[in-house]
Design a protein around this ligand. Sequence first.
Ligand code: SF4
Length: 232
Amino acid sequence: MSAQQRKEFLSVALPRLLEAYGDAECSLHFRNPFELLVATILSAQCTDERVNKVTPALFKRFPDARALAQGSLKEIEKLVQSTGFYRNKAKNLKAMATDLVAMYSGEVPRSMPELNALAGVGRKTANVVMGNAFGEADGVVVDTHVGRLSRRMGLTKKTDAVQIERELNSLVPREHWVAFPHWLIQHGRKICSARKALCQSCFLADICPKKGISRKQLQALKLPAPSATLSA
Ligand code: SF4
């Protein structure tokens, strides 16, 4: 699809996604930016549900950056073990907390370049914290699910997360940057999963460029007209 076609697709798709998943939000549990930063680092290659099981004990033992920076690597590893890749994650958490203490007196900075400069914090993690802890998205969060859905819907052909983010940032209105990934993740869970796209039940089937549904099937669908409108 051309950039214009992708924008036209989104002008119809966004109100429908908003109507269907308007209350979707970050599924990681956190009480402050530090906790979200830690939880997001732990969520790499792991489900949010699993992370949410691990973080209460972790935050009880290490409630802030200073405590985590001084924590023993062995103890952190033990606490995060069930999230997978625990040695690396424990090392990253300790290094990130050490940076926070050394550079920002233990406070999580409120800007993309500062967040991105912390040990173990990539653009995706920084975007999650900027959008969901500070409400100031610097870009669309692109994880595996957002990348997959965006490709399936024809919004990008890229596979690199940073390139996908750049494309989505130019297509999705800025006021939806925080919510858009949550909508796609919900859509992936409920209708358009990696294993099976339920195109026959999908409220985007009349506009989705995926080839998994025939023209005849499309015509046979009784699709609801979009009823929600996006805020300006
Ligand atoms: S029409 Fe099919 S491929 Fe397109 S978003 Fe819906 S379920 Fe996914």
